[in-house]
Design a protein around this ligand. Structure first.
Ligand SMILES: NC(=O)c1cnc(OC2CCCC2)nc1N
Length: 331
């Protein structure tokens, strides 16, 4: 079909088919890490869609995969005031800190509680706003109340859905990160080009989202894990664990290694498990986030000025330095 010049009616029909198929293939590849077609199949269909959109630009749509490649150069980033504050987390550095947290929570809740444990992805916190299922705004955390509008750059992040599986209005938060492999590849390219290298994947992700040229952001293989619902809209989840599953069902990427723990001892076992497994993960984590699972109890416990009383971040010590530590000369 791509050789013969299509009529507008044929092109309208064919471009709709192509968009649906390409977006499904991209969802499997970027969100589910489970591609079902070879790259050359995707590329051939993508090329056909570009040809149709070049002939009939009026057929380019909001969610066309051709719009993921960026191309706008912004003058700057506008400020965004978050409708719901983006809180930070209090830290725990030992099992004793964790037990103290559990004791405080049980005392405030007046009963034992279950915890939803999540890997603490070492990236940049972002907030995504959807209206009737369409992505309308993306922002950085900033100081928790005012962030930067980076919508155009986030449109190039392939795992961020442009259209949700349900036409609902919600605001969700998560982490935008760069995988260890993408980070190593980027730094190698920069080194070969005589450019400064990034110190770590978090800085590389932050630097990529701060680019005014959206083509650069698009080239950086950024990824996401979503973990918070700020404005629930019609979402029904009553616990953090269910909210994470609901985020996946909507088309977001949420980290599969979450665990529901009934006791703080189970939480500690999960912390030790992933302290062990940390180096095997495709992305960097700097700890574990432990959250009271039940939203009603979260509401009872509330927030301090900066952080929830119902969550804590157990921080791992920094991974041992890659460089050889010089032998200390004992005099
Ligand atoms: N970096 C992460 O992976 C991460 C960060 N934050 C949160 O939760 C917010 C929700 C309320 C305060 C902290 N969860 C996470 N998994």
């Amino acid at each position: 079909m791509s050789e013969k010049l299509l009529t507008l009616e044929e092109a309208t029909e064919r471009s709709k088919e192509l968009r649906q198929q390409l977006n499904q293939y991209a969802f499997e590849y970027y969100d589910e890490d489970n591609p079902t077609v070879e790259d050359y199949i995707y590329d051939r269909l993508y090329t056909e869609l570009v040809q149709i959109e070049t002939t009939y630009p009026e057929l380019i749509t909001f969610d066309s995969p051709t719009q993921r490649v960026g191309g706008k150069v912004l003058k700057g980033f506008e400020k965004v005031t978050h409708s719901v504050q983006m809180y930070s987390l209090n830290d725990a550095f030992s099992k004793e800190d964790l037990l103290d947290f559990d004791e405080r929570v049980q005392k405030l809740a007046g009963k034992p509680v279950s915890y939803c444990c999540e890997l603490k992805i070492d990236g940049l916190a972002i907030s995504l706003k959807y209206e009737n299922g369409r992505f309308v705004q993306g922002a950085t955390r900033g100081d928790g109340n005012v962030g930067e509008n980076i919508t155009e750059n986030l449109k190039t992040v392939k795992s961020i859905p442009m259209v949700l599986k349900e036409p609902i209005s919600v605001e969700v938060r998560g982490e935008c990160y760069m995988s260890k492999q993408a980070f190593a590849q980027l730094n190698q390219e920069r080194e070969e080009a005589g450019q400064d290298v990034f110190a770590n994947p978090r800085n590389a992700a932050a630097g990529s989202l701060r680019q005014l040229d959206t083509k650069i952001a698009s080239s950086r293989q950024l990824n996401t894990f979503l973990y918070t619902v700020a404005d629930f809209g019609p979402m029904k989840a009553e616990t953090q664990f269910d909210a994470l599953n609901e985020l996946s069902a909507l088309g977001f990427r949420s980290n599969p290694k979450k665990k529901l723990c009934e006791t703080i001892e189970e939480v500690w076992a999960y912390i030790e498990e992933f302290h062990e497994k940390r180096s095997e993960l495709a992305y960097e984590i700097d700890g574990i986030v432990i959250k009271v699972n039940d939203f009603d109890i979260q509401d009872e416990l509330g927030f301090t000025v900066k952080a929830p009383r119902w969550a804590i971040a157990y921080k791992f010590p920094p991974e041992e330095a890659k460089t050889i530590v010089e032998e200390i000369e004992w005099t």
